[in-house]
Design a protein around this ligand. Structure first.
Ligand code: C2E
Ligand code: MG
Ligand code: MG
Length: 644
């Protein structure tokens, strides 16, 4: 059974199709061939699927002289409905009115429905005269054919990817149309059309895949921003332009300080959320011609293709304001703590890599400026490279036992006698000479070398105290500790082990800790300090006055003495403010039953002043600088002789 695409349209038109002389078999084959060749031409030029379907129907009607042509796609919904994609014929609004199905029901008995369902051509010839269609079931089909003026119909399945996608359906005015030869040629046309559809779809998929690859290669998947590669390409272009037109450009590097901590506390999703939110804020305040990119885990970069220092600073201001408001993450308001570094072409670099590197370098200095951003200055990179080189050298110096331990005397102010010393580590670098202790201790803290460094100092200090003890010098030695040492779980055991190894009495070893070291983890520090104290050693608060520890907190600590920082002591004879601070520090400490050591005593006047205020111990250049062990012994003998 077969029927036309329009047999169920209904209607009672009584108009009969115009009688025409029957076409010969050859004529029919010719028209099919003509259509096929015009169809091929259409295929070659198609760039869009919908366009192709429509063009194919037009070719069938205009070049082939068929009554009408349509393309339908099978829908895989519950009703197995048919979607009309294209129609060319003499009716307007024809497609919209067709609600067909390819299900195996009466409504699905159309040529189109049948072709889709069976996957085979469905042909209805001589609809008006063939007795098959005398059956009342075909009454509507005949009516439709009569009303719309066709006498034969054929629907050809369209196979794409091995499955029936839909059908190409044709109607002819001639009652004897669609013989075997014609259908064979038209089936070829349908196969060509299916190939054309497939080809276009493959091309689209290909294009999408290429776009995806480009997207992945050039964009950060998390924020959707250009990545480092695209930024560098855009910088190359912008640099070329700047060179030709003799103008400057700026690169800003924006580092989000809190990212790693956030990931640690809330998990990596929190960090991602923060970056997404910040990237949106930043993207919202930049100009169209400026490129905002994500470079590295916690950083963004902004290329200002035409910018001098003034403009770059203005933009940095704007970005800081944008980033200022906290971001809500896991119901907590998080302060992004961003820093911005700025590098300019041509002043700070003439190629993209160098500018990015320098903007990043400048970012690490942004944190120490009040405004939160920093312009690159030549020295920054030198310091950085130097730091990196020093890290490697320091590791070697510790391993090779190439560090030195110096000793600076502490003198009891009442008796004027030597009452102990402080161990101060020294590093005589083979190329750079004596390295500032503050600098390399900080490098050790930042590079994970602090534990080996502290261990080296502890070993050297214990063995020196043992030597002195053996030679009759029974002075306590104070060792400086870093915040990291307090967090090291093996630390206390190690100290305990050293006491047992050397058989030294606990009064001979003291520890100095800065306020800031203790404030980094007040609860944890308190625990470690208690355990240190329980070994029987004395504990000193170092650099007192430079931190912000509260009196109530200091009261809770198991400390024995306070060392007033040299920045207050050294100028106390010339600065009233320093004198006031030193005096109140001494009073306060005494009230808390803590002994007081003054650091940085450089002059007799300072000594006198401190003595007047009741300071207990003095340490400073007035008595001696820090000395190597043998010189320290010699100094102590001289000092003892002089003070008798
Ligand atoms: P600190 O513990 O406050 O050490 C006192 C610093 O003041 C020493 O500097 C010392 O040489 C210096 N000084 C002593 N008397 C005077 C003076 O009269 N005038 C002036 N202007 N300075 C004086 P140094 O040796 O450079 O040590 C700096 C800091 O490095 C120390 O400050 C301490 O915090 C740290 N440090 C030193 N050795 C070690 C160590 O073995 N381990 C650790 N973790 N830190 C250490
Ligand atoms: Mg100290
Ligand atoms: Mg100090």
């Amino acid at each position: 059974m077969a029927s036309s695409v329009s047999e169920l349209m209904g209607g009672n038109s009584s108009a009969a199709p115009t009688k025409k002389p029957a076409m010969t078999e050859l004529e029919r084959a010719n028209r099919a061939l003509r259509t096929l060749s015009a169809g091929n031409h259409t295929l070659l030029h198609a760039i869009d699927e919908q366009e192709l379907l429509h063009a194919m129907c037009r070719v069938i009607v205009e070049k082939g002289g068929y009554h009408s042509a349509s393309v339908a796609y099978a829908q895989h919904d519950a009703e197995k409905s048919i979607r009309w994609m294209a129609y060319v014929g003499n009716e307007t609004g024809f497609l919209e009115s067709l609600h067909y199905t390819w299900a195996d029901t009466e409504l699905g008995g159309s040529a189109t429905g049948t072709a889709i369902r069976t996957g085979k051509p469905s042909i209805g010839r001589n609809l008006l005269t063939d007795p098959t269609y005398d059956d009342p079931a075909f009454a509507r089909l005949r009516d439709d054919a009569i009303r719309r003026g066709y006498a034969a119909t054929t629907a050809l399945p369209l196979y794409v990817d091995g499955k029936v996608l839909g059908s190409l359906s044709l109607a002819a005015k001639e009652p004897d149309a669609f013989d075997d030869a014609e259908v064979k040629l038209l089936a070829e046309l349908a196969a060509d059309l299916a190939y054309g559809i497939d080809n276009l779809r493959t091309r689209i998929k290909h294009r999408q895949a290429q776009q995806l690859i480009a997207q992945l290669a050039y964009y950060d998947p998390m924020t959707g921003l250009p990545n480092r590669t695209l930024l560098l390409e855009r910088m190359d272009e912008a640099l070329l332009d700047a060179r030709r037109q003799h103008h400057a450009l700026a690169l800003l590097h924006i580092k989000v300080g809190v990212f790693n901590e956030l990931n640690k506390v809330f998990g990596y999703r929190a960090g991602d959320q923060l970056l997404k939110e910040l990237s949106q804020r930043l993207a919202g305040v930049i100009n169209k011609n400026e490129t905002l990119a994500r470079v590295g885990e916690t950083g963004f970069a902004l290329l200002l293709p035409r910018s001098d220092a003034d403009y770059a600073i203005q933009v940095a201001h704007r970005l800081m304001v944008t980033l200022h408001d906290p971001v809500e993450i896991a119901a907590v308001m998080v302060d992004a703590r961003a820093g911005i570094g700025i590098a300019l072409y041509p002043g700070h670099g003439t190629n993209a890599e160098a500018l990015l590197r320098r903007a990043k370098t400048a970012t690490s200095y942004a944190g120490i400026t009040a405004c939160g951003f920093s312009l690159y200055t030549g020295g920054q990179e030198e310091i950085n490279t130097r730091r990196l080189a020093l890290m490697a050298d320091l590791r070697r110096a510790i391993d090779d036992n190439a560090l030195l331990l110096y000793f600076q005397p502490k003198v009891d102010m009442l008796s004027g006698q030597l009452c102990g010393s402080e161990a101060l580590v020294r590093w005589l670098h083979p190329q750079h000479g004596m390295i500032s202790t503050i600098e390399f201790v900080r490098i050790a803290e930042q590079s994970g070398l602090i534990t080996p460094l502290t261990n080296w100092v502890l070993d050297a200090a214990f063995s020196q105290v043992y030597d002195w003890h053996e030679s009759g010098m029974h002075y306590p030695l104070a060792i400086n500790l870093s915040a990291y040492d307090l967090r090291n779980p093996d630390f206390i055991d190690r100290i305990g082990g050293l006491f047992s190894t050397w058989g030294i009495s606990p009064e001979l070893i003291q520890f100095e800790l800065t306020e800031s070291a203790m404030m980094e983890d007040p609860a944890g520090s308190l625990e470690t300090l208690r355990r240190l104290k329980s070994l029987g050693t004395k504990l000193f608060i170092d650099d007192f006055g430079t931190g912000y520890s509260s009196l109530s907190y200091l009261q809770k600590l198991p400390m024995d003495a306070v060392k007033i920082d040299q920045s207050f002591v050294a100028p106390m004879t010339t600065s009233d403010a320093s004198a006031v601070i030193v005096r109140s520090a001494i009073d306060l400490s005494h009230n808390l039953d803590l002994a007081v050591v003054a650091e940085g005593v450089e002059s007799q006047a300072t000594w006198n002043n401190l003595a007047h205020l009741g300071c207990d111990v003095a340490q400073g250049y007035l008595m001696s600088r820090a000395l190597p062990a043998d010189q320290f012994s010699a100094w102590s003998k001289q000092w003892a002789a002089a003070s008798h």
